[in-house]
Design a binder for this molecule. Structure first.
Ligand SMILES: CC(C)(COP(=O)(O)OP(=O)(O)OC[C@H]1O[C@@H](n2cnc3c(N)ncnc32)[C@H](O)[C@@H]1OP(=O)(O)O)[C@@H](O)C(=O)NCCC(=O)NCCS
Length: 154
């Protein structure tokens, strides 16, 4: 993202690295998923080594102010597609185009992989994300319940 008149912060999108783990963990807390930086680093190392996964960050100088995770999903019943699996922008920098820039990065990545569809599941409670995705051209196609079962104790 560029800042043509030089008035605001300059935020650039780039591929994530394991060194971003601390910032990504902190932002994940804002998303409602508190997580230890060491766990994020381990997961990033696996994700960044996988060709069908993409993690980008938005950086204002050296400060990471947002991240997005997208994946190439091969499904039995549907057309292969890209799914956005996580996205958050620092509360202090919302409504400044950072989220739009991160989604554009994933859309470029998905397009380069030949994927024709991109989807995202957004919780009903994430009220700000609904107008956001609609503004970016995403169409609400369904609502669903999410079920979960723990197979072993933590
Ligand atoms: C949703 C989220 C990522 C949006 O990021 P952002 O950087 O604030 O969004 P942008 O500034 O790039 O906005 C892009 C467009 O969406 C619109 N938009 C963003 N938030 C909006 C809101 N709360 N209400 C109405 N429109 C909104 C913007 O006005 C903008 O439209 P424009 O460019 O035509 O003016 C951010 O609010 C966030 O991190 N929320 C918490 C986590 C979350 O909900 N993640 C999504 C999980 S699926």
């Amino acid at each position: 993202m560029t800042d043509p008149d030089g008035a605001g912060p300059l935020v650039r999108m780039r591929a994530a690295t394991p060194a971003d783990a601390d910032a990504i963990a902190e932002l994940s807390g804002q998303l409602g998923y508190p997580v230890a930086a060491a766990a994020v680093r381990q997961r990033l190392e696996r994700l960044l080594a996988a060709a069908d996964q993409a993690v980008f960050v938005a950086a204002e100088a050296t400060r990471v102010v947002g991240w997005i995770h997208g994946a190439d999903q091969l499904l039995v019943e549907s057309e292969q597609r890209c799914e956005i699996l996580g996205l958050v922008v620092d509360q202090r920098l919302r409504r400044a185009g950072v989220g739009r820039g991160l989604v554009a990065e994933i859309e470029r990545w998905a397009g380069a992989r030949g994927l024709a569809v991109i989807s995202v599941r957004s919780a009903i409670t994430r009220a700000e994300s609904h107008p956001f995705y609609e503004r970016l051209g995403y169409e609400r196609v369904k609502s669903q319940h999410v079920y979960r079962k723990r197979l072993r104790a933590r």
